[in-house]
Design a protein around this ligand. Structure first.
Ligand code: ADP
Ligand code: ASP
Ligand code: MG
Length: 406
């Protein structure tokens, strides 16, 4: 059986009119005799709204109840889509993840899909039905509802493609595909026709919200090609695929940004073995995600300065953890909100020397101060003042010729 997975994001199902439009798209595939499995996110804004309700109930809201609560948005969207298809005369029904079931690891809020039972859905497909499956949610071995992290419907779609050996996996969203940078932040951003898993993973992890990083990791491991395209136009989108399928003549493929980062510096930390571990262990225990880290060489051999970045939402928690940490001694703690990380990404930099220099020179020409640097084989990230982000983005996008047609 040749199966196609269609995933619709929040904006795509954001209103009744848009849901009717989604039903039309599904119907068009159906007329071409594809066997379809549709995955939907919640209508836009709904998940955020549910999260804000949970915060009003408690600042320590039970994580198992959080999953029950925030997964409800997908149920609403799926039912509306299925009912619209029924209205159009098609056979359709919604499937909540536990009804299939889509099994996940036990950890709430950030579970991972580890199995999908196929029997019921295959039977339904054989009878000519169009299943509309809730993205973002699953069920664990204790029969509790789980969710798989923000933006997780992308991962639901990829895992359905994996388990059902789908022929195609199409991610319908509110932009025409993956762009050189967020097209809502830079008008000159250009749509990328083909991008490798590795580059997409870096772009997503470094802030390009268009695809959720976990979903790209899953697609790469399982060699699933992903088509990203717009729900609102018929234009061709972006193909995410393996590197050997791509003839790439660009050094840099894209630029990603993160916002809402904060920088923490510990000045005059006693320099002895194990000190970094003593600082980061309690943070990791409390689920604070530490991103960039730099430790200065200590000038006198006794003291050093350590700087790292975290999400601003974790700032108060982090401050408390550090101040109550009896295992470390330091002279001063400096907290700085409003920094942002800008990253250039491209497999071309493996074979092309000088990218780092060009990036630093471009920022220097614009008098933008670099606070922290981190690199990998295919990306260079720098931390800068949030106020400089737009200026840096425009300058780097131009320097690496991303304005040009691709
Ligand atoms: P969906 O609800 O369909 O999952 P998301 O809001 O999660 O959609 O992702 C789409 C958004 O990602 C776009 O509206 C765009 O602003 C943002 N985005 C960030 N970086 C990029 C990029 N490089 N290419 C395309 N879109 C991007
Ligand atoms: N509705 C969920 C969220 O907003 C999942 C998704 O949109 O993919 O994070
Ligand atoms: Mg998304």
């Amino acid at each position: 059986m040749k199966i196609v997975i269609l995933k619709f994001g929040g904006t795509s199902v954001g209103s009744i009119e848009r849901i009717k439009n989604v039903a039309k798209i599904i119907n068009a595939y159906h007329k071409k005799r594809y066997k379809l499995i549709v995955v939907s996110s919640a209508m836009s804004g709904v998940t955020n709204d549910l999260i804000s309700k949970s915060k009003q109930i408690s600042d320590n809201f039970s994580s198992s109840e959080y999953d029950v609560l925030v997964s409800t948005g997908e149920q609403v969207a799926c039912s509306l889509i299925a009912a619209r298809l029924i209205h159009l005369g098609l056979k359709s029904r919604s499937w909540l993840s536990w009804q299939i079931p889509i099994m996940t690891t036990s950890l709430h809020k950030n579970a991972k899909i580890n199995a999908i039972y196929k029997r019921k859905i295959l039977n339904y497909l054989k009878k000519g039905g169009i299943p509309i499956v809730t993205g973002f949610q699953g069920v664990n071995e204790n029969e509790r509802v789980t969710t798989i992290g923000r933006g997780g419907s992308d991962a639901s779609a990829i895992m359905l493609a994996k388990f059902f050996k789908a022929e195609r996996c199409v991610i319908y969203t509110d932009v025409e595909g993956v762009y050189t940078t967020d097209p809502n932040k830079l008008k000159k951003a250009k749509k990328i026709k083909v991008i490798s898993y590795e580059e997409m993973l870096e772009m997503a992890s470094l802030g390009a919200k268009v695809m959720q990083p976990v979903s790209i990791q899953d697609a790469r491991l399982n060699r699933i090609d992903i088509e990203v395209k717009s729900t609102f136009t018929k234009k061709s989108g972006t193909l995410i695929t393996k590197r050997s399928n791509i003839i790439n003549n660009k050094i840099i493929t894209g630029i990603s940004l993160t916002q809402n980062d904060s920088k923490i510096s510990l000045i005059g930390v006693k320099d002895k073995p194990g000190v970094a571990a003593s600082i980061f262990k309690p943070l990791s225990k409390n689920l604070v995600n530490v991103d960039m880290v730099v430790q200065n060489i200590s000038a006198n051999g006794k003291e050093t300065d350590l700087t790292f970045t975290i999400k601003t939402e974790d700032l108060n928690k982090t401050k408390k953890i550090i101040q109550s940490n009896k295992n470390i001694k330091f002279r001063k703690l400096i907290l700085k909100k409003n920094v942002s990380k800008i990253s250039v990404i491209g497999v071309g930099m493996i074979t092309t020397p000088g990218v780092t220099f060009r990036m630093f020179q471009t920022l220097a020409n614009k008098k933008i101060n670099i606070q922290v640097i981190s690199t990998s084989e295919i990306k260079i990230s720098v931390l800068i003042d949030k106020r400089d982000t737009k200026k840096a983005l425009i300058a780097l996008h131009k320097e690496f010729k991303l304005h040009n047609k691709r």
